[in-house]
Design a protein around this ligand. Structure first.
Ligand SMILES: [Zn+2]
Ligand SMILES: [Zn+2]
Length: 387
């Protein structure tokens, strides 16, 4: 594959200033960064291509040579490790440029979480994510809930305020890297001087060393502790759903970025109501006399009791729908329904009197089952139920 023009790759003009080239590359690097485009081969190629272009155009000698000879300048540098060769730059080379391009404390570090191995510049440690379970009743799910939970986790050491040092004076700027967290190595190549940046081995990229460590956390800046965390659970969540609270996970050593708190939702089964998506199902048992004569009964709902009417001649298997008495959808105003499933209850034990009354009715023409056209079949009811 023929190499694209380096100026085209970065989208800058031939005479672009060093600053413009840097800006253009920064944009590309963010756009095609592998952390943002996981598994995207095309993005990775673009990312490498941009890095290679920047490597050349940001070094005056190389840029001059490139302007003069174009990609042909590569031919003489096959072993030189300059800016070409078959494979282009490897990922570690690319990330080692970032110390120069993005500097410390740039939004870039926050964006990607920092702490990439082998990168130059100040390393930002990241606390690990923490997972907890939260059990919710159906009522809590319906209305949303505020849960205060004591979480056992890594918290910032109060004694040293997370610095890991005994006091301010025990902090010393790293002598190896002068506080930048990165060390540069200059090597002479056929194309001139090549500069590589890597993490400072003395301070491990932190930019400073601790002469005497905090006696409580032993220099970590974090200790095991408890934090009371208030979790706002939105209405309508369901079993297995995960919520995430950014920065509420484990604290990071020495002033790094804390991890996230991942909250796994669990449902406490309700005594009488059953959840089906956003609908709530209730099994109502009505004795055959009430079903025949009609009555009104109270049924439980998420919002308390509701009175419903049983029409005379109600058949078993009928489903009554209480509109809007179900569960809300997350981030929506729509609410499901409560479905009351009517079962006809047949008495199992009878007194002598009851038996005599019923025996008189047995065989009466009105008691002979005669499902007419208006009676819904089991199949029709199920269809209605799932609509
Ligand atoms: Zn401490
Ligand atoms: Zn250092």
């Amino acid at each position: 594959m023929a190499k694209r023009d380096y100026y085209d790759v970065l989208g800058v003009a031939k005479g672009a200033s060093a600053d413009d080239i840097k800006k253009a590359y920064r944009k590309m690097a963010i756009k095609y960064h592998p952390d943002k485009n996981q598994g995207d081969k095309e993005a990775e190629e673009k990312f490498k291509e941009a890095a290679e272009a920047y490597e050349v155009l940001s070094t005056p000698e190389k840029r001059q040579r490139y302007d003069q000879f174009g990609h042909a300048a590569n031919a003489s540098s096959a072993n030189g490790g300059g800016y070409g060769g078959g494979g282009g730059m490897n990922m570690d080379d690319i990330f080692s440029q970032f110390g120069d391009i993005f500097g410390g404390g740039s939004p870039f570090e926050g964006f990607f979480g920092g702490g990439r191995q082998g990168g130059g510049g100040r390393r930002v440690a990241r606390g690990s994510n923490l997972r907890i379970k939260v059990r919710l009743t159906l009522e809590e799910i319906a209305n949303g809930a505020e849960k205060k939970i004591k979480v056992n986790k890594q918290i910032i050491c109060k004694t040293c305020d997370g610095s890991g040092a005994k006091d301010k004076s025990s902090f010393q700027t790293c002598k190896t890297c002068g506080g930048s967290g990165a060390v540069r190595r200059v090597t002479n190549t056929i194309l001139g001087q090549m500069q590589t940046t890597s993490t400072c081995p003395t301070c491990n990229g932190e930019g400073s060393t601790i002469l005497s460590k905090c006696t409580v956390c032993h220099g970590d800046g974090v200790v095991r502790g408890e934090e009371l965390i208030t979790i706002q659970v939105p209405a309508g969540v369901s079993e297995g759903m995960q919520l995430s609270m950014s920065g509420k996970g484990n604290a990071a050593p020495r002033g790094g970025v804390p991890g996230d708190l991942i909250i796994l939702i669990e449902e406490v089964p309700h005594e009488t109501l059953k959840r089906d998506g956003n609908n709530v199902i209730y099994d109502l048992h009505v004795n055959f006399v009430d079903a025949t004569l009609g009555t009104s009964v109270e049924v439980p709902t998420i919002d308390g009791k509701a009175k419903i009417k049983i029409d005379p001649g109600t058949q078993g298997g009928k489903i009554l729908r209480l509109k809007g008495k179900g569960l809300p959808e997350v981030n929506s105003y729509h609410r499901g329904d409560q479905l009351v499933h009517i079962n006809i209850w047949t008495p199992k034990a009878l007194s002598r009197e009851e038996r005599e009354i019923l025996e008189k009715l047995q065989g009466s023409p009105n008691f002979k089952p005669n499902p007419g056209k208006n009676e819904k079949s089991f199949f029709e009811r199920m269809k209605e139920y799932f609509e």
